[in-house]
Design a protein around this ligand. Structure first.
Ligand SMILES: Cc1ncc(COP(=O)(O)O)c(C=O)c1O
Length: 415
């Protein structure tokens, strides 16, 4: 008897349960010792696996979502009202909405053919086209590459463009933990010469997500990573109402514990201990969870390779395999992507689409008068893409069930 297979399911075990219970019984639920320990252990994780040379000066700041983290990152990098920030058209709305939070404007850039990633050539071209706007004070300040699905972008090309155009680089690493690049691949980020680098720790700031469906999860949560101490300090203050001391000190310092100063109108973006404790347990399993996703991806790759109905997802070194974005080879099928999804649903397979492009979303489309045809590769990817279930804990039988159903629908509607 076949059971329904959800699109995503968190991998939560006894250690996560024990961690949550530990906090519930401790008398301290909000941000405190657990959040500090999570930040420390996250930093140690990046250092111990990523090599000291490129990763020793990293600051890690826990936040209540990657969206909050991206907002803090842009703010700390000096993005202000009227500025421009370049973002891919193929991403979740968080990547662009945070630009609006600051009164700045997102400028959308198409993805490179077959990659789901911001196209460095299109980025360069867009930057050239924005030059006449400088006279009116519209200045590109930052770019937010998205490591879609966990596969790192071409950071070498992006860092090079950013340096020449004086842009801050904020990596949207919501999907890409852990994603380690061997020495040399990330270009100039390979600071000390010959160190591996993490996707998310290459640009000025990187932001990971611990949302419920992500590669490690706290239910809701995120981690901001940066090298610059001043940026880290600003993020730390703005994360906590613009108060000059963090919440932990405010309540536990023995001297003048009531005293604090508000130096800016900040935000409330701290990660509570209840969630941080779960994150610490998930962090310990990060490689194990990756290995499980890799096994599922390998089974899908083997099943869908050399099949006229499908195009495999792009993959490569450092792929965290957060998503399995199968693409339908539509000319070989008599069914649309939407109807294909409906057929899978009818047979109990939960799938998703990553992403509905931002330039066709009513808000962005209307505000910036965007046309579908200006982002041809984004539209092509969107029309083909189906994200299959790829969650640690899926049994081999469940993976097989997904493969069988996907192939049978394709077979039924073959041209
Ligand atoms: C590419 C991308 N960026 C940012 C986010 C926001 O993450 P969070 O839910 O932690 O705010 C998401 C969430 O799904 C995402 O897919």
């Amino acid at each position: 008897m076949k059971h329904d297979i959800p699109f995503a399911r968190p991998f939560i075990g006894e250690t996560e349960e024990a961690a949550a219970l530990r906090v519930l019984r401790s008398g301290w639920l909000t941000t405190g010792a657990e959040a500090l320990a999570f930040e420390k252990e996250f930093r140690e994780f990046l250092q111990s696996h990523g090599g000291d040379a490129a990763n020793s000066g990293l600051h890690c700041l826990a936040v209540n979502s990657a969206t909050s983290g991206l907002h803090l990152a842009l703010e700390a990098c000096g993005v202000q009202s009227g500025d421009l920030v370049l973002v891919p058209s193929y991403t979740f709305t968080s990547t662009a909405e945070v630009v609006r939070y600051l009164g700045a404007d997102p400028v959308f850039v198409d993805v490179a053919p077959g990659t789901f990633h911001i196209n460095p050539q299109a980025l360069e071209k867009t930057l050239e086209s924005l030059k006449p706007l400088r006279a009116s004070g519209k200045i590109p300040k930052a770019v937010i590459p998205v490591h879609y699905g966990g596969l790192p972008c071409d950071m070498s090309a992006i860092m090079d463009i950013a340096r020449r155009h004086n842009l801050k680089v904020i990596e949207d690493a919501a999907h890409s933990f852990p994603s380690l690049l061997p020495a040399g691949i990330a270009g100039e980020s390979d600071m000390a010469g010959n160190s591996p680098a993490w996707a998310g720790a290459i640009g000025d700031v990187g932001v990971f997500s611990f949302y419920a469906t992500k590669t490690i999860t706290t239910g809701e949560g995120g981690m901001v990573v940066c090298k610059d101490a001043a940026i880290a300090r600003r993020i730390s203050v703005m994360r906590s109402h613009g108060i000059d001391r963090n919440v932990w000190n405010r309540y536990t310092d023995t001297t003048a514990s009531w005293y604090y100063e508000v130096v800016e109108a900040g935000f409330k973006y701290n990660l509570p201990d209840l969630l941080a404790a779960v994150g610490r347990s998930q962090l310990e399993r990060a490689w194990e969870l990756l290995r499980m996703r890799q096994e599922i991806a390998a089974a899908y790759d083997a099943a869908f390779a050399n099949n006229e109905h499908f195009l495999l997802p792009p993959t490569g070194v450092g792929d965290a395999r957060h998503l399995y974005p199968l693409r339908l080879n539509l000319p070989r099928l008599r069914i649309s992507r939407n109807d294909f999804i409906q057929k899978l649903k009818e047979q109990g397979i939960g799938v998703s689409v990553h992403f509905i492009p931002l330039h066709i979303m009513p808000f962005y489309k209307n505000r910036y008068r965007l046309a579908e045809e200006d982002f041809p590769e984004t539209m092509k990817s969107f029309r083909q893409e189906i994200s299959l279930p790829i969650w640690p804990g899926m049994t081999a039988a469940q993976v097989e069930q997904v493969i069988t159903v996907v192939k049978s629908v394709a077979g039924e509607y073959t041209v």
